[in-house]
Design a protein around this ligand. Structure first.
Ligand SMILES: *Cc1c(COP(=O)(O)O)cnc(C)c1O
Length: 487
């Protein structure tokens, strides 16, 4: 519907005057016309929905043709403006087939995660709002939902009452923020204000972590100036869990970094024992729980996360186990002053309020209101839905391991405590070749990793969409791939 007071109408009228000042504004005129073009937005929504409906039966990895056709995007930066419908069609025709079907039920690569449909629908509405919840005055709704979700996550994970949350792009960033808070607090306790005095002459902090710490933890350690060479590595058991008895003496200068969900085996450190030791020594504990922290919200799995509330900071993703759309990570911190100070910024134009200003909990000032989809996903599932969805992922992982282990030539290397399955063939060469055939068959997708110096195929079940039938079909594809590899 055209509104009578649409400025586009006025602009179009004034353009008829052929006033050169208005001609300079032709791109603006065009954009006002785009706003009126409901078919443009309907097409976008229609194509998006059609894509989603068909994702479950599609080849998981793009076909050779789809990859070849990506050359359609090779062009020099255009001089002239394009038509919005043409752009949409180009993307739909050549972009959609070159996506990886991570939203389907047979994508087991990395530790990815599907997307709860309600979250996708809400995200497409929120895209139109384009909110930036840096400050309450920039987005009262963004600010409100961040407060609400902060409370909900505290409740779901049973974290201390004073825990605050920052909504970042993923666990890479959340690990960085949690460790920045740790650095601020421990140095501050030693009489050193890191923000003002910097790191060069600061008292030396100790970093203690397991031999299987995730690479993004190491990245955060580098970025924060601790240096990976200074890490005190702790030996781990055959599942990748820190051996509590191998922990060095802890003190008030120590940051201990634990893991909820080993990226290969899915195992969990012994939080209860290690946190108690750390608490007695006034050390800081940070938990990287990118996908595994969600076990805390599942009745039959929360024995894995016993003791997490004794830590000081936690990093977790929405976009993995919870199945929010990308990108969604959360840093949680029980020491509000430490995280706010670590991520502190000031400026004469900043309007802070007694309501939540999200930028005090994140490295960025401007960022999208990703909390909207996170809120919608949590509300849609409820505690019961989260429990059921995540326990189902666990059961499908168990099924994958059981069915594969019945086939001659496959060995499962890990205890499937959560959603990860490590698969090995008789030799490294055969494991690698089998994985390549699995990927080429495109019926499912799993990547490789290394476990105890041997090559493995790593299966990660983390989509709501994965059914028992998806697992049977994928196991068949693994079997076929092994036969091809043995030829
Ligand atoms: C995925 C993952 C990360 C990194 O999270 P992003 O959301 O990709 O930034 C960190 N730690 C673990 C254990 C992970 O699985």
């Amino acid at each position: 519907m055209k509104s009578t007071n649409n400025p586009a109408n006025g602009l179009l009228a004034s353009q008829k005057d052929s006033n050169p000042d208005n001609r300079a504004n032709s791109i603006q005129t065009k954009m006002y016309a785009d706003v009126q073009d409901s078919s443009l937005f309907q097409a976008a929504q229609h194509l998006g929905h059609e894509y989603l409906e068909n994702i479950f039966d599609r080849n998981v990895f793009p076909s050779e043709k789809a990859l070849f056709d990506l050359k359609e995007f090779d062009e020099v930066m255009p001089t002239a403006s394009s038509d919005a419908n043409t752009i949409l069609n180009l993307l739909s025709t050549y972009g959609a087939p070159a996506t990886v079907a991570t939203l389907g039920g047979r994508y087991f690569g990395f530790v990815s995660g599907g997307a709860v449909p309600a979250g996708l629908a809400v995200k497409s509405l929120a895209t139109f709002w384009d909110q930036a919840p840096a400050m309450h005055v920039l987005s009262p709704i963004g600010s409100k939902l961040e407060s609400v979700v902060e409370t909900w996550l505290r409740d779901l994970f049973r974290l201390p009452e004073k825990t605050v949350a920052g909504f970042v792009s993923g666990t890479s960033s959340a690990n960085f923020c949690g460790l920045a808070a740790a650095r601020f607090r421990l140095l501050s306790n030693l009489g050193w204000n890191i923000n003002e005095k910097g790191l060069h002459s600061a008292p030396k902090l100790r970093i203690v972590t397991g031999a299987h710490a995730h690479s993004t933890v190491l990245k955060a350690i580098s970025l924060l100036g601790f240096g990976t060479e200074n890490i005190e590595w702790v030996a781990v058991d055959d599942q990748g869990r820190i051996l509590s008895e191998a922990l060095p003496e802890l003190d008030a200068k120590t940051i201990v970094i634990l893991q909820a969900g080993n990226v290969n085996s899915g195992s969990f450190d012994n939080f209860n024992d290690i946190c108690k030791k750390a608490n007695r020594a006034n050390a800081w504990v940070h938990i990287d729980g990118a996908f595994g922290l969600w076990a805390a919200a599942v009745d039959k799995l929360n024995h894995l996360t016993k003791g997490i509330a004794l830590a000081d900071s936690w990093a977790v993703d929405g976009h993995k186990t919870l199945n929010t759309p990308y990108d969604s990570g959360i840093v949680l911190c029980a020491d509000e002053e430490a995280i706010r100070s670590a991520l502190h910024m000031a400026g004469s134009y900043i309007v802070s309020s007694d309501q939540r200003d999200g930028m005090f909990y994140t490295p960025e000032m401007s960022r999208r209101a990703r909390v909207i989809e996170l809120w919608a996903t949590l509300k849609y599932l409820g505690k019961e839905g989260i429990d059921e969805m995540i326990y189902e992922m666990h059961q499908r992982a168990v099924q994958f391991a059981e069915e594969l282990s019945k086939i001659d030539g496959f060995t499962i290397l890990n205890d499937v405590v959560f959603n990860q399955v490590l698969v090995q063939c008789d030799t490294d060469a055969l494991t690698l070749k089998t994985m390549q055939y699995v990927q080429r068959l495109r019926d499912c997708w799993a990547g490789g990793s290394v476990w105890n110096n041997r090559k493995v195929i790593r299966v990660s079940v983390c989509s709501w969409a994965t059914t028992a039938e998806d697992i049977r079909r994928s196991v068949k594809s693994f079997q076929k791939a092994l036969l091809l590899a043995q030829k």
